[in-house]
Design a protein around this ligand. Sequence first.
Ligand code: UD1
Length: 332
Amino acid sequence: MAILLTGGSGFIGSHTAVELINAKEKVVIVDDLSNSSEVIIDKIEKITGIRPEFRKLDVADKAALDAVFTEFPIDGVIHFAGFKAVGESVAKPIEYYRNNLDTTLTLLEVVRAHNCKKLIFSSSATVYGDNSPAPFREDAPTGNCTNPYGWTKYMIEQILQGVAKACPEMSIVLLRYFNPIGAHESGLIGERPNGIPNNLLPYITQTAIGIRDHLSIYGDDYPTPDGTGVRDYIHVVDLAKGHVAAYKYACQNTGAEVFNLGTGIGYSVLDVVKAFEKANQIKVKYEISPRRPGDIATCYSDPSKAAKLLGWKAEKNLVDMCRDAWRWQQNC
Ligand code: UD1
C-alpha cells in the first residue's frame, strides 16, 4: 500500500516524501507543477535511492485523481496541494477560495469513493489569528484570520472535522505548521519562492547572495524583547518527520485530531538575522521599516501534545536552519 502526497513536489511535500521513503513507506506524488518542477522527483530519488511514483495532475481534476487511486493501492493521503502566498490571496481571494476548497472537496470525494480512511492535512498556525496570547495550544480559539489564505486553512479544518464526524471509521489529522524554514542538508531540495519572497528566511538568503539589496525588518516597536516580531521557526526536515509520526498515529486511531508542529521556542527577526550571520559568516544588510499589515507581535507553539501523542519533537536548532537554508540558496 502507498501513501499519496498531493502537492508532493513542493517545499514541505518533497521533504516529507524523503522522510516517508526513509521510513520504508511507498510514496505516490501528484502535483500540477504550478509551483515546483519534475526535477524534484529526481532529487528525491538522489537523496533516498528510491524514485517515488509521480503523476502530473491538478487535484481538482476528479477523473485524473480517481485514475491514480485505481492505479495504485492508496492507504492514506497527505494533502499539501494548495495556493499559499498570503499577499496574493488578498489580491485574488476568489482564486484562493476556489482552488484550495475545490481541490480538497474533490480529494475527499475520491477518497470516499475508494474507501480510503486516512488523511493528513497541512494546516497552519495562521488559524489562531490574534485571538489569544502565545504559546498557542491546539484548544486555543481559531478564526479571525487576517487573509483569504488563512481562511481557506480554517475552512478546510471545519470541513475535515465534519467529515470525521460523519465517517467515524476515518482518521484525520490536522497539522498546524508554525514557520517552516531551512532545507534538506544534502542541499538538493529546499524552498523556491516565486518572485520576490514574502517570508523572512528566503528574503534573508536572497539578500545575503546579492539578489536583493537589503532586508526590510517590518517593525521594531512590537511588545517583544527587541521590538521585532517573534515566531516559532521549525526546520523543514523536523516538520517532515512530524508527518511520518502523524501518519503512524492515523494508522492506530480514528476521529479527527489537531497537532501543532513547532519547536515551542520564539525567535525575533533580529535573532534570526544574527543567527544567520553567525552560522554562515556572512553579513545581511537590513533596514527597519514600518510594520507589515496583518502581522502579529508574537506567535509560537505549545508543542507538548505532539510530543505526548505522536512521540515527535523538533530536534534541529536555529543554527541548523540557517546553515541549511544558506547551503540550499547557494545550490539552487
Ligand atoms: C506568514 C503568514 C502565514 C503563513 C506563513 C508561511 C502572514 C500574516 N502570515 O507567516 O499565514 O502560514 O507565512 O508561509 O503573512 N519579516 C520581516 N521582513 C521580511 C519578511 C518577514 O521583517 O521581509 C518578519 C515578519 O514581520 C514576521 C517574521 O519576519 O515578524 C516572519 O515573517 P514570515 O516569514 O512572512 O512569516 P509569518 O508572517 O509569521
